[in-house]
Design a protein around this ligand. Structure first.
Ligand code: SAH
Ligand code: SF4
Ligand code: F3S
Length: 500
């Protein structure tokens, strides 16, 4: 049996794509490995969102060349957003690559690999470039193929959690972004296909699903005179037996309807976690970014979220150092972060993406050092708010879905929380304690000293997506438990299981 290894960078879309690609290969008779060692095929799932991500991929590919030379007959696949963006340029920069496959062609992966192996010829399958070819819109759409993916339980880190794509592509065209060109036109999957997939997952033991889309709340599926929106879809999924929790990412601010917020409030399975990237806090910058709202409208949205769903946890993405960003404009982002009280924010330094609107009309004129300073400044404000919000959990009881033994030290859990496999957040370096007994050196010690035998340090998540570290038996993974919060840090809650 031939063996493969997949390496993934990028966002949750890519994490899901790697899982689906693995299912394709396993169904075609391949075996999956956890490392490159012993593999006959290495699949590299790539991201183009920032230049830094791409540079890292090309240098990693350079290192793979040595691996390939040592193992005759082995194959290398480059898939994902950089495959779509660079197309045959990947073969020019890395001639030892065998297959280049875009995110709209994952369903063809096993066939392409077989063709490369039998013919020895390089294989390329990508969608039609939205900008370069003035072809019929439907032709472009078809070249980014919607397909009904194979779902295999062994391809997921936990059988009880799964991501489900409800829409492909993006039509928002924010001026700085590469996604609409690499993921193709916005296309929503049919509710029937989505529900069938979720039922399959539930039969496999899945209790929690995360619905994915670049602008997931723009979901809209028309059939005759009936239109299904995300709020309708959530109601349908709520009826699937076995599914206890549903969340969705990422939401676009102007598509957050009252119906959707009411669905989140009223449906037992819908969780009060809303990732609604604001990107910036100044109208002038939002305009240059071509975001389709003003900061006043975003603040109204925040008010609307908290008044409809009082226990909502809102998270955001921000770009600092976008073309022309002045100190005053940057301060307005800080003001917005203070106003919205986000659970956390992912902060990125602006990176020019060739070909898009911003790269054509604006100069990347904010010096790197200024970008870095603004990034850290904004992060410090956000961390303060995250810590404050988490402190309000002290003494409270929460229901968590237990994920399993915590892989790393409790203090690095923040990294695992990341929505983006590749991002620029500094790691939480010190675990802040609010009332740790003075004879204990750290929270891990506190947890460890209280641990009855047979228990290990476990992690779980609250409905609002907060990570909870506690002691318990490993067999609890995949179950829902009530936990009392005894300590807090900016990205982590520490709890004790409540025994009945
Ligand atoms: N579709 C999602 C985001 C996809 S990209 C949404 O709209 O919410 C993830 C994040 O990367 C974006 O939210 C943005 O903050 C950041 N990003 C995108 N393009 C970027 C660029 N050129 N430079 C820096 N950050 C960028
Ligand atoms: Fe990019 Fe904007 Fe689309 Fe998000 S909404 S993927 S930031 S173009
Ligand atoms: Fe990167 Fe593609 Fe996601 S560019 S952030 S992997 S959609």
């Amino acid at each position: 049996m031939k063996r493969f290894y997949i390496e993934t960078v990028g966002c949750q879309m890519n994490v899901l794509d790697s899982e689906l690609a693995a299912a394709e290969l396993i169904s075609a008779g391949w075996e999956r490995l956890d490392s490159r060692k012993g593999a006959d095929l290495v699949v590299f799932n790539t991201c183009s969102v920032r230049e830094h991500a791409e540079e890292k991929i090309y240098s990693a590919l350079g290192r793979l060349k040595t691996w390939k030379l040592e193992k005759p007959g082995s194959l290398i696949v480059v898939m994902g957003c950089m495959a779509q963006k660079d197309k045959d340029v990947v073969f020019q920069r890395a001639p030892f690559v065998d297959v280049v496959v875009g995110p709209g062609r994952i369903g063809d992966l096993a066939t392409l690999v077989a063709a490369a192996a039998s013919t020895g010829k390089q294989q390329l399958a990508v969608g039609i470039d939205r900008f370069q070819h003035k072809t019929d819109r439907s032709e472009v759409k078809e070249s980014f193929r919607l397909y009904d993916p194979i779902r295999l339980p062994q391809t997921r880190p936990h059988v009880f959690q799964a991501m489900v794509r409800i829409m492909f592509g993006c039509d928002k065209f924010c001026s700085y972004c590469v996604v609409p060109s690499v993921r193709g036109p916005e296309q929503s999957r049919s509710p029937k296909e989505i529900l069938d997939e979720i039922k399959t997952l539930a039969d496999q033991g899945c209790v929690e699903v995360t619905l994915l889309g670049q602008t997931v709340n723009s979901y809209r599926y028309r059939e005759g005179d009936k239109t299904t929106r995300l709020s309708d879809l959530l109601a349908m999924i709520d009826g699937v037996s076995g599914i206890r929790r549903v969340r969705f990412v990422s939401s676009y601010p102007t598509d957050m309807t009252d119906e959707l917020l009411q669905a989140v409030r009223d449906l037992p399975s819908a969780t009060p976690y809303l990732h609604v990237p604001a990107q910036h806090g100044a109208n002038s910058v939002l305009k240059r970014m071509r975001r389709r709202y003003t900061v006043e409208e975003y603040r109204d949205l925040v008010d609307r979220i908290y008044s409809t769903v009082p226990d909502a946890a809102i998270t955001s993405d921000f770009i600092v150092g976008f073309s022309g960003e002045t100190e005053e404009e940057f301060q307005q982002t800080i003001d917005l972060v203070r106003y919205a009280r986000f659970k956390n924010s992912f902060i990125f330094k602006y990176s020019v993406r060739p070909g898009n609107e911003a790269s054509r009309i604006y100069e990347d004129d904010v010096p790197e050092a200024v970008k870095k300073r603004r990034n850290n400044e904004l992060l410090a404000v956000q961390n303060e708010i995250s810590a404050e919000l988490n402190r309000s959990f002290l003494g409270r009881e929460v229901e968590i879905l237990v994920e399993g033994p915590s892989k790393r030290e409790a203090k690095s859990v923040a990294q695992e929380e990341s929505l983006y496999a590749e991002n620029e957040q500094p790691i939480e370096t010190s675990v802040e304690t609010s009332s740790a007994p003075s004879n204990l050196t750290s929270l891990s010690d506190l947890i460890a000293t209280a641990a009855p035998s047979g228990t290990v340090q476990l992690t779980g998540r609250t409905p609002c997506d907060r990570i909870v570290v506690f002691n318990g038996l490993p067999e609890l993974a995949g179950t829902f438990q009530r936990v009392k919060i005894v300590e807090t840090a900016p990205f982590t809650l520490f709890g004790k299981i409540i025994t009945k």
